[in-house]
Design a protein around this ligand. Sequence first.
Ligand code: IMP
Length: 430
Amino acid sequence: MANVAVVGSQWGDEGKGKLVDWLSERADVVVRFQGGHNAGHTLVIDGNVYKLSLLPSGVVRGGKMSIIGNGVVIDPWALKKEISTLRAQGVVIDKESLKIAENATIILPLHGELDALREDATAAVKIGTTRRGIGPAYEDKIARRAIRVSDLGNEALLKDKIATLLMHHNALRKGLGADPIDGDKLLTELLEIAPEVLEFSDIVWRRLDEARKARKLVLFEGAQGAMLDNDHGTYPFVTSSNTLAGQAAVGSGVGPGAVNYVLGITKAYTTRVGEGPFPTELLDEVGQGLGERGREFGVVTGRKRRCGWFDAVMVRQAVKTGGISGIALTKLDVLDGMDELKVCVGYRLGDQTLDYYPSNMIDQAKVEPIYETLEGWKDSTFGARSWDDLPATAVKYIRRVEELIEAPIALVSTSPEREDTILVRDPFSD
Ligand code: IMP
């Protein structure tokens, strides 16, 4: 049996939540390794809808250990709120079932404010962030001035760290025309919220080593998607963490060999929230139709997602850069009833033809998709549970996607319900 990492292969919102939940039934441990409460994972179990942002999806299933790894940025107030919402829905969350890495970075209210100040500044490049303070918190981490989970348990250390942090932030705020932060007030607020986080604080790398020794099955749960990766995505229109499966190891404290299978969750078309290039975007009624049928609204911010045709060049790049072993194709049913479907198989850049997505932001915005047109299907694929339930043209579409992206299809998801899944090959035993 293999440890599996589940990652997004486009711009996020590929439907990772359902697949993680589907796989987590057999996993012993579910680990988040990057991002924070910018993620939005919706799980539908027996008709009950659970919305998760920061907590690993395994938390809604009893008998699993859920881990928030060191690579995650944690807003303690958001954590408290999410836990109490889930508890109100009957989910049991205690220090046995949830472990938070003591070396994970804390998101402070000033990070969220800075995120919003920058997004609202007219001169700046608008990223269209979730305004959750994710980027500013990661900046402080890399600059070595961040407050980490274990700091919350030491008042004297916390006081010193706040003073160092505010030397930087208050200067920055002055430049942006914002009031300075009062260090004593921040200290009081942090000491007040600290127990909510410290209750779950643990030596996560050790728990994962124990799991390895006991041959427990670990599921690494990625957030966002490959094209939002800070190195390999559409920089600067990306998130501030590495979203590829390579981050699963560093972001939780295991070796690179701990991930045996990388499952890339891939939507049968493409969506994006926020600003940035999107070569196959459809600004017409076809795009609008995809958005309506696919209910493409962000879980976290409620923003309307931009929609477009499937981009095989981009997903192939995600397969290569992220070491994707196989993909789970999601939301196939949203394409039902269309006469024809287009798939991007290359880009035109001036008089050049590209078989990859360029790294420069000017070129990324300029490329024009080269499409291949495939026949659509009239019958419904909604809720299909086997290949035999799919129209022949839908199978043809899937097979062509598989060929173009150079990765095999492991699963096809045909509705938000977890049982509406076609298993082609089992990631855990591949
Ligand atoms: P940030 O992660 O809030 O800094 O936002 C940076 C970019 O990533 C923006 O374009 C967001 O819309 C996008 N983003 C962040 N989290 C998600 C997600 O979970 N799904 C889709 N897009 C996301």
